[in-house]
Design a protein around this ligand. Structure first.
Ligand code: PLP
Length: 393
């Protein structure tokens, strides 16, 4: 079976039937830290083979390999490296690439942890970053200099769902011989394929849509065999290795990835349209709305759908946002996103404490902003709950 021509819906259900693969239809969980070697020669061979998945789990593990091979096929990548979390993927990928004295170009709108990696961790190792407006390709091009080693983007970006033109970023990177990396956590491979657009590396927080059940932490790095192999050399030392059980849960969750994300796309679009007409809502951020300033780019770049995450600004600022999260009944007040149950948070309450009020404001986070992760509930029930909540605040 040629995996290259299969659609995401089919790929996620596919079980490895290559010669020598286990006969189990459901994958085997290899919950072990280490593996027995039958003799000296085999032991030496295992010890010297990079990414061997039957030697020591920090180097590799068959359950991790099963997830890696599925994810690689979903993203159209030659290779995948599973990690313990999304931040494990981001920090390992970046630290596996940059050297002292290098420069990184990144966006204004990034997940908070990525902003901290760029602003707090990398400078301690002599790596500086230029932060540019993701919607301004000229600013990004102007920021690339002779020391630039990496362009780091996230699209749609957390929490304002701003977009970055991936084809232009890929072209910019190629022109300057600079590596490009896209965080595809919010987009998911169901909706967009950065590698097909020319991006070198993709990272995921698999904790979110890929896992889909709010029950695991994991991350992934995807790209060419050579690049992922290079990053693995740092990974095996940095040690953000996924636990086999988390990998097994992830594989189980990914069986329904296409189904879940398609439903989340549909419901999120309905909620966004509904909220856009509500008098207590000042602004809705969702790439699927024609009012989104980058809607044309979204339609081009996200052929599968516009995603299951949206955010909106309430009239009435912080107090209104706070009242909203207190009054809602269906979504849980919890961080994270992408799972079966809807979640809603007020980013100003969550981010200011971590990065400070000024940095939160600079990242465009207004006090009355609500981030809403759409789950698998019936859309009519979610709309009814939104209307009821908005009526009481
Ligand atoms: N990337 C994005 C876009 C995220 O939203 C997050 C977490 O919210 C991460 C990466 C980090 O992932 P994790 O929490 O799995 O470390």
């Amino acid at each position: 079976m040629d995996r290259n021509i299969l659609r995401v819906d089919t790929l996620v259900t596919h079980t490895d039937r290559s010669p020598g693969a286990p006969a189990d239809v459901a994958p085997v969980l290899h919950q072990t830290a280490t593996f027995r070697a039958p003799d000296d020669d085999t032991f030496r061979q295992m010890a010297g083979a990079p990414r061997h998945d039957g030697y020591y789990t920090r180097d590799g593990n068959p359950t991790l390999s099963a997830v890696e091979s599925l994810l690689a096929s979903l993203e159209g990548a030659q290779s995948c490296l599973l990690t313990a979390s999304g931040m494990g993927a981001l920090s390992t990928a970046v630290l596996g690439i940059v050297r002292h004295g290098d420069h990184v170009v990144a966006q204004r709108s990034h997940y908070m942890g990525t902003t901290q990696l760029l602003g707090e961790v990398l400078p301690r190792f002599g790596v500086d970053a230029s932060i540019v407006d993701e919607a301004d390709p000229d600013a990004m091009a102007a920021a690339v200099g002779s020391r630039t080693r990496l362009i780091l983007v996230e699209t749609p970006a957390n929490p304002l769902l701003r977009l970055t033109d991936l084809a232009r970023v890929a072209e910019l990177g190629r022109r300057h011989g600079v590596l490009t990396l896209c965080d595809n956590t919010i987009g998911t491979p169901v909706n967009q394929q950065p590698i097909a657009l020319g991006i070198d590396l993709v990272v995921h927080s698999a904790t979110k849509f890929l896992g889909g059940h709010h029950d695991l932490m994991a991350g992934a790095i995807l790209g060419s065999r050579d690049l992922v192999q290079q990053i693995w050399r740092s990974h095996v030392v940095l040690g953000a290795v996924a636990d086999p059980f988390a990998a097994w849960l992830l594989l189980r969750g990914m069986r329904t990835l296409a189904l879940r994300v398609q439903r989340q796309n549909q419901t999120a679009l309905r909620l966004a349209q509904h909220l856009a007409g509500h008098p207590k809502v000042a602004r809705v951020h969702y790439p699927g709305l024609p009012s989104h300033p980058q809607h044309a780019l979204a339609a081009r770049q996200m052929p599968g759908g516009f995603g299951g995450l949206l955010s909106f600004e309430l009239q009435g600022g912080f107090a209104a946002g706070n009242a909203f999260v207190n009054a809602m009944r269906i979504p849980a007040r919890a961080v994270s996103f992408g799972g079966f149950e809807s979640l809603a948070t007020q980013p100003a309450a969550m981010w200011s404490g971590s990065i400070g009020d000024d940095a939160a404001r600079a990242a465009g986070i207004s006090p009355g902003l609500i981030r809403f992760s759409v789950g698998l509930e019936h859309p009519d029930d979610l709309i009814a709950d939104l209307d009821r909540t908005l009526a009481v605040i």
